[in-house]
Design a protein around this ligand. Structure first.
Ligand code: FAD
Length: 374
């Protein structure tokens, strides 16, 4: 059994960014285990999906590209795109991993984690054998864990995360449920290819009176695209719709039922833009976390499990009070913090985390978001 100081599980944006921060600590022995390919979730995005946060090469002025996972790189430069596709972003992550010679093992799913007694670390089981780690950083994301059961009858629906390309979705009339990023993206893409689309939403996530936090409010990129399709008359938005059930009827395709008694008969399976399982991939090791009443993971100030010392969470599931770290430019701020905590515990030098353009500032300063509206 090999033994490492740190194992990162997952080689998405969080895992690769975290590994780049760990690499700055001299003599730290670490590795990254990935169930599929580097950037696997991005490979699985619908072909038409684009980053909503814009990419722009601003790094030399201390403001790293919003979608970069380290201080110096830029998806804008790598892909030549302001709004990269999933494939482009996965290629960017693979390019970084190769260029920095990160120790990533692909096609190596972690199947079981045992926390050893007296905080001695973790034993990880994979098809390629067992591995021991003093610290474990869980970076398994949300995208591969769609909530396929948000209401009865959801089995008749098609979830956003099950779509490879909107062009491959049969039919010309569609009903999309959910009014945040994935629901709007589905509706906009289908309308843009000429379909008639009905978008059912509880309330507007683009209401100017609501918060400006992009984790709760529709991004400008999506608003613009939404308005363009509304203007085209192919997209109809119905507000105040709380879908409670979908049934399959004879000859009518499917019936979508709302809590106020309204219903819509639709020819094609309704499309779910209703979100992902709370906790996402962290559910794989559910017993090692403390969960709050809202099914969110409780973390220490340094993003360590409050139930299992030595276990850290990085990625979109991280929350601290009202701060939601579900964008890359948000959760990358925690890389330096976690790397620094681990280096301190092991008595290793973490100076290098503070060197370089933007280092330890935007990438490790947990205070940046404290109380601010960012
Ligand atoms: C449609 C859409 C658009 C988005 N647009 C933006 C945007 O514009 N800007 C932005 O900042 N964010 C955006 N996001 C959110 C962003 O994509 C996620 O926050 C980000 O991908 C999370 O990165 P991650 O590394 O935590 O997760 P992932 O990218 O999902 O990576 C997790 C990795 O863990 C691996 N894994 C899972 N379980 C195991 C296991 N047991 N063993 C080993 N490996 C495992 C998976 O294969 C995967 O590669 C968007 C999300 C969606 C769905």
């Amino acid at each position: 059994m090999r033994a490492l100081d740190v194992v990162v599980v997952g080689a998405g944006a969080a895992g690769i960014g975290m590994a780049l921060a760990l690499q700055k600590i001299p003599r730290l022995r670490f590795g990254v285990l990935e169930a599929g390919r580097i950037g696997e979730s991005f490979h699985r995005w619908p072909a038409e999906t684009r980053f909503i946060t814009p990419s722009f090469y601003s790094n030399p002025f201390g403001m790293a590209d919003l979608n970069a996972v380290n201080e110096l790189s830029s998806p804008a430069i790598f892909s030549g795109s302001e709004h990269p596709s999933g494939e482009q972003f996965a290629a960017y992550l693979a390019f970084l991993a190769k260029g920095h010679e990160l120790p990533v093992v692909e096609n190596c799913p972690v199947q079981h984690v045992a926390a050893l007694e007296r905080s001695q670390g973790f034993r990880l089981s994979t098809p390629q054998g067992q591995l021991r780690a003093r610290f474990l950083i869980w970076a398994t994301g949300e995208y591969q864990y769609p909530d396929l059961d948000p209401f009865p009858g959801a089995q008749w629906c098609l979830h956003y995360a099950q779509v490879n390309s909107w062009k491959a979705v049969a039919g010309t009339h569609h009903t999309v449920i959910g009014g945040y990023e994935s629901g709007v993206d589905a509706a906009v893409n289908l309308a843009a290819q000429g379909c008639a689309v009905r978008l059912l939403v509880r309330k507007s996530s683009w209401d100017p009176q609501s918060t400006y936090d992009p984790s709760l409010s529709l991004s400008p990129y999506s608003r613009e695209r939404l308005h363009r399709q509304v203007d085209s008359d192919r997209l109809e938005i119905l507000f105040g719709v709380d879908v409670i059930r979908v049934t399959q009827g004879q000859g009518i395709g499917f019936r979508v039922h709302a809590s106020d008694g309204r219903y819509w008969d639709v020819p094609q399976p309704p499309i779910l833009g209703t979100g992902f399982v709370k906790g996402g991939g962290a559910r794989q090791i559910a017993g090692l976390w403390q969960w709050d009443g809202d099914n969110r993971i409780v973390l220490s100030e340094a993003d360590e499990s409050t139930r299992t010392p030595g276990l850290f969470l990085i990625g979109p599931q991280v929350r601290h009070d009202t701060r939601i770290y579900c964008f890359i430019y948000k959760f990358r701020q925690r890389f330096g913090l976690i790397a620094h905590s681990i280096a301190q515990c092991l008595g290793l030098d973490s100076q290098a985390l503070q060197v370089g353009v933007g280092a330890w500032g935007p990438f490790g300063n947990s205070e940046c978001c404290e109380g601010c509206e960012c």
